[in-house]
Design a protein around this ligand. Structure first.
Ligand code: MN
Ligand code: MN
Length: 325
């Protein structure tokens, strides 16, 4: 058996603290590389927090997650999935951004993901604030609206901020529905909680048909019933997984811009992502890690591990749809 050039550098050869940090110790590749056509899943950093309305810092997320993701090993103990044996994975580096211009940044990010999708690479992205999911979806949903399993404390379906400005990390999924990228009837939001500006502000998504499972309903239902409901909602069509680390309780993920107490545990989140196995997954992201609020690095470690959980079900989904010849 020939050596797989897409295998992560093992910690039993090069210690995990040594060498250049790439996402999950994968090879770093550029979209212009000659062998980019062999990549099936691309891990991408989006170092941008221009959509942040409160505490910033998520622009530093990809670099910190790269560092902590060197902790990740190959095989998921719970599911037995080794995503690196199933699919060729690579770190595609960071997207271009313009930290001084929000609209220009969204264009640059979208252009990068068009190239990723045109190369038939499924993206697994590390944010960045949650607005980055909008340009990713613009590239991913070019053949019609996709479904989504969305873990978050917030619905991110507000209309506008600061006098009606439409593009912040609180608005991406309203825009995605309006632009025909996201099918609201195939969207489920899990972990929603926290106080509102007013009692009517958060109903738009439900009026569109989004299934909102707030944290109280989550606890009444239990994980198995929640995930059966999530699978029913998204069905067998193309589905994206978006994981905002503030879905987790701030005791697990304090390093984020908009923490809300009373959230998910890391184990609950892991078990829910594992329950996505068998869906038609086309990509995912982990967003809103803000290293300036994460002095221990724990939030970045949690985000790297959740990205690994998503990678496992994504790789399993890709491989089951197109078996290796
Ligand atoms: Mn969010
Ligand atoms: Mn959030």
């Amino acid at each position: 058996m020939t050596k797989n050039k897409f295998a992560p550098i093992t910690g039993s050869v090069m210690p995990r603290f040594a060498g250049i940090a790439t996402l999950m110790r994968l090879p770093l590749m550029g979209l212009d590389d000659a062998d980019i056509g062999e990549v099936e899943i691309g891990l991408v950093g989006v170092p941008w927090d221009g959509g942040t309305t409160n505490r910033p810092g998520a622009r530093h997320g990809p670099r910190q997650v790269r560092d902590l993701s060197t902790m990740i090993r190959n095989v998921n103990r719970a599911s037995g999935i080794n995503p690196f044996a199933l699919c060729n994975c690579a770190d595609l580096g960071d997207t271009p951004v313009n930290p001084a211009d929000l609209m220009d940044s969204m264009g640059r990010i979208e252009a990068f993901f068009h190239r990723v999708c045109d190369a038939n690479i499924a993206p697994l992205s590390i944010g960045g604030d949650h607005l980055v999911t909008l340009p990713i979806m613009r590239a991913l949903a070019k053949n019609g609206p996709i479904g989504m399993v969305h873990f978050d404390a917030h619905t991110d379906t507000w209309d506008g901020y600061f006098g009606g400005f439409k593009y912040t990390h609180g608005t991406p999924f309203r825009r995605a529905v309006e632009e025909g990228l996201l099918d609201p009837k195939r969207t489920v939001q899990i972990g929603i909680r926290g106080a509102l500006y007013n009692d009517a502000e958060d109903t738009w998504g439900q009026q569109q048909g989004i299934r909102v499972i707030d944290i109280d309903e989550f606890h009444r239902m239990g994980i198995d019933a929640v995930m059966a409901e999530a699978r029913r909602v998204v069905g067998d069509g193309q589905t994206y997984v978006s994981f905002d680390v503030d879905a987790l309780d701030p005791v697990y993920a304090p390093g984020t811009g908009t923490p809300e107490i009373g959230g998910l545990t890391t184990l609950e989140a892991q078990q829910m992502v594992r329950a996505l196995r068998g869906l038609h997954l086309v990509g995912g992201d982990v967003v809103e890690v803000s290293p300036p609020f994460d002095p221990s690095g724990n939030t970045a470690m949690v985000a790297a591990t959740m990205a690994f959980e998503i990678l496992c079900v994504l790789a399993d989904s890709l491989r089951s749809r197109s078996p290796r010849v």
